[in-house]
Ligand binder design. Sequence first.
Ligand code: GLY
Length: 260
Amino acid sequence: MPLAAITRAVSPSLNQCELSFIERQPIDVARAIAQHEAYAACLESLGIRVIRLPAAPEFPDGVFVEDPALVLDEIAVITRPGAASRRGEAESLAEALAPFRPLRRIREPGTLEGGDVVRIGRALFVGRSARSNREGMEQLARETAAFGYTVEGVEICSCLHLKSACTYLGRETILANPDWVDLAPLAGCRVIEVARAEPAAADALAIGDTVVLPASFPQTAGLLEQAGWRVMPVDVSELQKAEAGVTCMSVIFEARSSTA
Ligand code: GLY
């Protein structure tokens, strides 16, 4: 099944983005736009069809499309972001995903952001972050139980989302910063630890045997290569000033019709 990715162009208001764990510094928006386009081209070079949504100037964080939607094999869950400024991003994602999956929704008082969800097979691990609450997690469990998914909370600290602290690479292996996540619920997995000098390197985007990783994490790239992965570095330095990771700038899924 071919893969598709939804992306959204960088908002001209990116400098007003939410920030939780990093200091604000000026972002060169033109450079961020160019880096984001190179990121999309990288996905295309991996055989992924990229569906580009136009920028939403009213949403500074709109480029981070992973957070308002979670796409599973059977359904897409339109989330309710914990950051109030981001809640309006969800509707255009819902429209873009409707041709591909039946939609479900996280509703008030639930909050959930896709960056907090790490999927390993039929297990959905959800970071207990400021952005995703217990009610959101319970709603996710209710919507997905019929399809055989389990949902389990994971403690995190010092970072925005669960995926800031660990991502799944395939081959029952996760890339993690163990200082930021309690790995006990993921005990069945082999762990590759990020390089100590690169604490934010755990957000990696695995496509088959290739891992897309920010170019600013060369030591962790080396560790992944030693472990047998091919690494594609992408320069996302301006987007990182908005607390970006490489997973959060796309929603990737098998491109089957919602009526199939
Ligand atoms: N700037 C990314 C976020 O806080 O949602």
